[in-house]
Design a protein around this ligand. Sequence first.
Ligand code: MRU
Length: 336
Amino acid sequence: MDDPRGLRWDGEDFEFIEQTLLPHEEKWIRTKDWRVVVDAIKRLAIRGAPAIGVAGACSVVLAKRCSADKIEFEQAVEAIEHARPTAVNLAWAVNRLRDRIRDIGEDEEVLRRLVEEATAIANEDARMCDQMVEHGLELIPDGASVLTHCNTGALVSYGIGTALGVVRRAHEAGKLKHVYACEARPLGQGARLTMWELDKLDIPGTLLCDGAVGSLMQAGRVDLVLLGADRIAANGDTANKIGTFQLAVLAKRFGIPFYVAAPSSTFDLNAPDGTSIPIEERDADEVRNYRGSQISLPGVKAYNPAFDVTPVELINAFIREDGIFIPPCEFPVRRP
Ligand code: MRU
């Protein structure tokens, strides 16, 4: 077994695996430049809500080291915070760093605090994943066949991941029969990344087109749906990779439990419900093309929201680092 990993941070340099090249090439990029990290977040070379948060925090440190003055640093921090809009972990992490240096004038002390906070965010993320997967295990029946969407394993965190971390733990505990992974068009995070992680971990998995889910459920081959989130509103409405909402509707149709695994850093208690979650709309070429090849006429119109919002009434439980929450419920404010 070969442990998959997506990020490394030593307080000086930031390293990430270039996810756009997976599964065919495992290339690590080491950088001291915050712009390289922001570009990687925009290109989805670094992706997944918790990973974006950790990368954002570390890139604030990199920005501090290379900014000539306060204004340049603040502009860099703004650019980092807005690299992608939907996963709240990014703004959450950047604001934690901002809070940590509020009213501190001396440059060396600012840098020391930023390094400390970014490192704490990374390490907490790994710890939250470990705690989350132990809680998640309670929801997995023996011999379960799990359907998942997008990619939610080690690549999306500083630890073993969220929903795919639970799958991994269930496999170790001998409870998992099989995992089905949706391809997650247009960028294929399921096809490229989840299947890569499953292969590394020797977990039995089957890939399916997003459109094959209804037929798989109808055939009685799914015991539960387990996936991650990019932002969860105070009432539990959940933004996640496009296609999640229709999985939830289908799961309801077939009476299949639908679970969301996400750390408290993904909960936005300032958003009362899903209507306040900003949804990223990405370049239409991602739909018109596939991995560099045109599959449609160049000029056709394409609709390409990166995420959708699943209403809380379709969700049976949330798995967090501090336990299982069954809606309707109140989510506790996060305490690091
Ligand atoms: O556009 P992506 O690949 O960053 O989208 C990622 C997802 O939607 C994941 O399911 C989500 O971030 C949860 S990962 C813990």
